[in-house]
Design a protein around this ligand. Structure first.
Ligand SMILES: NC(=O)c1ccc[n+]([C@@H]2O[C@H](COP(=O)([O-])OP(=O)(O)OC[C@H]3O[C@@H](n4cnc5c(N)ncnc54)[C@H](OP(=O)(O)O)[C@@H]3O)[C@@H](O)[C@H]2O)c1
Length: 272
């Protein structure tokens, strides 16, 4: 699939999966609008992609967890005279530990970035795509979307929102020519786990951001509502359909359980 002369807005483009999306879309001919908080990293990537692929790259440093951030971003996009043909809602982060020990502000920020910004960016750019009867929205969910995740309760819930919302949107937009996809990575080798600050959050062999992007763009081309990256991850996400919900919660709890007790309760209280 080529994206020549289309413009892609990629959130969380400064590192990891977002940067890999930016690189691959530029290689396939797309102009880019790069969004994240780290201006310097975005600028370095922009210069590299402009030089390598001859595409136009604009950098809009934005904290998407701030209320009103998306409205301001949309204004800047419009001032640049750009039309968004491809929206990649990728920015996101996770926290690890029990809810009662967590910083409520940090949990709120997680919902703002992983849920509210995804919703706001979609409602901002989708209507024009529908009117043009052309466009693509890729929302980055997670294998955490398929079951509750004790000790990462808010993260799992935000990604369940992203998956459910995106698949519903896929059905709504089918007659319009706009393509919508949720991509669900499992553990992927990015700075994500430095932000989480807990190795327990990483289950299974890590894949690369490039593999996630290849999986996503192939699935977008096939027109499916969602895709899980990697065969082993896909297998794991089928488990909730095969075993009782309570068992799935227990498995998830054991997988992600903190190795120190500083941020969690004794296991006996959470085992069914
Ligand atoms: N890595 C994994 O194992 C994994 C697995 C499943 C799903 N995912 C999902 O994949 C997506 C990308 O994560 P990643 O693995 O690439 O992690 P990452 O390398 O930590 O990238 C996260 C990106 O989001 C940006 N970001 C964070 N807070 C932001 C904010 N308030 N406003 C704007 N941008 C913000 C970061 O840039 P700045 O810090 O410069 O703002 C960075 O570009 C996330 O939605 C994550 O939940 C990752």
């Amino acid at each position: 699939m080529r994206f020549t002369d289309q413009t892609a807005l990629v959130t969380g483009a400064s590192t990891g999966i977002g940067a890999a999306f930016a690189r691959e879309l530029a290689a396939r001919g797309a102009h880019l609008i790069l969004v994240a908080r780290s201006r310097d990293k975005l600028q370095t990537l922009a210069e590299d992609l402009q030089a390598t692929h001859g595409v136009r790259v604009d950098v809009l440093p934005t904290d998407l967890a701030r209320p009103g951030a998306v409205a301001h971003l949309a204004e800047q996009v419009s001032q640049l005279g750009r039309t968004v043909d491809i929206l990649v809602n990728n920015a996101g982060f996770a926290t690890h530990g029990d809810v009662d020990a967590a910083d409520p502000g940090r949990l709120h920020e997680q919902v703002q970035l992983n849920v509210t910004a995804v919703l706001d960016l979609t409602t901002t750019f989708l209507p024009a795509m529908t009117a043009r009867r052309r466009g693509s929205i890729i929302n980055v969910a997670s294998t955490a979307a398929f079951q509750p995740v004790p000790h990462m309760a808010v993260y799992g819930a935000t990604k369940a929102f992203v998956l459910s919302f995106t698949e519903a949107l896929w059905a709504e937009t089918r007659p319009t020519g706009v393509r919508v996809l949720a991509v669900c990575p499992g553990a992927t080798e990015t700075p994500f786990f430095d932000v989480v600050g807990a190795e327990e959050a990483s289950a299974g062999k890590r894949r690369t951001p490039e593999q996630v992007v290849a999986t996503a763009l192939h699935a977008l081309d096939r027109g499916v509502p969602s895709v899980v990256d990697g065969h082993a991850n896909a297998l794991v996400t089928r488990l909730p359909r095969l075993v009782p919900r309570r068992t799935i919660i227990a498995i998830a709890e054991r997988t992600v359980r903190p190795r120190t007790s500083a941020t969690t309760h004794e296991p006996a209280t959470t085992r069914p």
